[in-house]
Ligand binder design. Structure first.
Ligand SMILES: [Zn+2]
Length: 160
């Protein structure tokens, strides 16, 4: 009755204390971005920060809209911004944080499927596997590359 195949995904658990200073700064910038979120409907504020290979850090946050589908997640706000403004720089790492009514989330927050699709597209464009640091107050999870998030992401190779 068919052949069962399995796909493994890898991630690394970190504590904040063990991260190097540049990653600590990246996470703190994501937290700063979280405070800029426009989330009057969900009150779920997400911030993302990306470190580019010139050493610069850029941030984005979720931007909701009364016409709900017109809003955009923090990850796509940020990744589309850096891809359009810094086409010759490559991201080295991204961090994501989130806040609900209790404050910064205890558990790491994960990107939605639509953001993962964009992340996969841009990884292909940049020719990188992006390490993404999902930050919660209890700990941090590092996931590197779209294949560990969304192994069947639509990669466009059939668009010919
Ligand atoms: Zn999303």
């Amino acid at each position: 009755m068919g052949k069962l195949n399995k796909i493994q995904a890898e991630y690394i658990q970190h504590t904040f204390a063990e991260l190097d200073d540049s990653l600590k700064e990246l996470i703190s910038k994501a937290k700063e971005a979280t405070l800029h979120a426009y989330a009057p409907y969900s009150n779920f504020k997400v911030g993302a920060a990306v470190l580019l290979d010139d050493g610069s850090i850029h941030i984005g946050s979720n931007q909701e809209n009364a016409a709900f589908p017109s809003g955009l997640c923090a990850e796509r706000v940020l990744l589309n911004y850096v891809h359009s403004n810094y086409p010759n720089l490559k991201p080295l790492a991204m961090a994501i944080t989130a806040q609900n009514s209790d404050g910064f989330t205890q558990e790491p927050v994960t990107p939605c499927g639509a953001c993962l699709q964009v992340m996969g597209e841009l990884e292909k464009s940049w020719d990188i596997e992006l390490p993404v640091f999902l930050s919660g107050e209890m700990g941090i999870i590092e996931v590197k590359g779209i294949h560990n998030f969304l192994p069947f992401f639509f990669n466009g190779t059939l668009l010919k």
